[in-house]
Design a protein around this ligand. Structure first.
Ligand code: ZN
Ligand code: ZN
Length: 361
């Protein structure tokens, strides 16, 4: 472990890393392990920029280590597979999402819920089984155990498909688990960003009624005409919010900024469920009375296991669901982070790694 990141392993790798809590990203030479027996190595084509990349590079959750190569919406083309790999071969279109390892022996792992394994290993800012740091997808190559690699359906373009690996599974998994895909469901989606816009698309593909709840009246036209939402509520418009009270079976709340839960709980029917998938830095206030009086549930959900991630992306392929993306060159990433902070993106930045990263070497 005393070796430099560049010399630690045999496969040369190049990416962009944050070096400190300023979060500023710059070119970084490092290395990845040789393709092990169960490993898949792939050339990274695109990588989405997730809001958690922004939190992580600035250490806003308090567990960042540097240098950090972020990125967990990684897609590419397989260049090498280990001899025990059975699911993939050279040339396959693949992706890696938020995790690259887990214990494989706990209850959650046994139930294909590696995402809830207490020993899960994050794709970046984690420590791998061999003691090395994990580095994410803002880089030219990726190596992962085949268990953590998913196949991208042929009809899903790699750039617009990349965000499904985090944003997609983050909203798909709770929809399934909390029963929001049942016919007749009326689902609310709070926040129309990277997660929210994909949530609307999945919900419509499941055939349920969708109401988008947003602070921004300007997004109404887009939500209804382009994304197919059935209705739209401006959360600051008290008249609209009051008229919609008690109408929703469930809500997926994607907002990671501080916000009030009371009006959202009010939108739920009796026994309704409010599921948080955004991660605000500070605790939110939780009003209990309206929960008791309506036997309502406030819950959380975090990404999904690998089996479900493959199921999600196959479902996306079947229903032609992709993210709406703005593809950017690697050297635009710091500007993209500033814009992301202001929610100035429709709806996900995706870095064109293969075409633009090498030019920054
Ligand atoms: Zn993410
Ligand atoms: Zn486990």
């Amino acid at each position: 472990m005393s070796k430099s990141p560049e010399e630690e392993f045999p496969q040369k790798a190049f990416g962009w890393a944050a070096r400190d809590t300023s979060g500023h990203l710059s070119p970084f030479k490092f290395s990845r392990r040789a393709t092990g027996e169960e490993d898949v190595t792939f050339k990274v084509m695109f990588c989405g920029i997730c809001h958690s990349d922004l939190h992580s590079i600035k250490n806003e959750w308090g567990f960042s280590t540097y240098p950090m190569v972020p990125g967990h919406e990684i897609v590419g083309i397989v260049t090498e597979v280990g001899k025990k790999v059975s699911k993939f071969k050279e040339g396959d279109r693949v992706g890696v999402g938020c995790l690259v390892g887990a214990c494989h022996s706990c209850d959650n792992c046994s139930n294909n819920l590696e995402n809830y394994c207490p020993k899960l290993i994050f794709t970046y800012n984690g420590i791998y089984n061999d003691g090395s740091k994990t580095y994410g997808g803002y880089s030219d190559i990726m190596v992962a155990s085949e268990r953590y690699v998913v196949r991208i359906p042929d009809n899903i373009p790699l750039d617009a498909g990349a965000p499904l690996l985090c944003a997609g599974i983050t909203v798909y998994s709770p929809m399934k688990y909390f029963g929001f895909t049942e016919p007749g469901t009326h689902l609310g989606v709070v926040g129309l960003g990277g997660l929210g816009h994909v949530a609307v698309k999945f919900a419509k593909a499941f055939g349920v009624k969708v109401t988008v709840i947003s602070t921004s009246p300007a997004k109404e036209k887009e939500a209804i005409e382009h994304l197919g939402a059935d209705s739209f509520l401006v959360s600051r418009n008290q008249e609209q919010m009051r008229a919609a009270m008690g109408t929703l079976d469930g809500i997926i709340d994607t907002v990671s900024a501080n916000h009030s839960l009371l009006p959202l709980i009010g939108l739920l029917k009796y026994h309704g469920k409010l599921v948080m998938v955004g991660a605000p830095e500070k605790p939110l206030e939780l009003p209990i009375f309206p929960l008791l009086l309506g036997r309502k549930i406030v819950a959380g959900s975090s990404i999904g296991g690998l089996k479900e991630t493959q199921e999600m992306i196959d479902f996306a392929g079947k229903h032609n669901i992709t993210a709406d993306v703005e593809v950017i060159p690697m050297d635009y990433v710091n500007t993209a982070m500033e814009r992301l902070l202001k929610a100035d993106v429709r709806y996900r930045f995706v870095i064109d790694i293969a075409n633009t990263l090498p030019k920054t070497a």
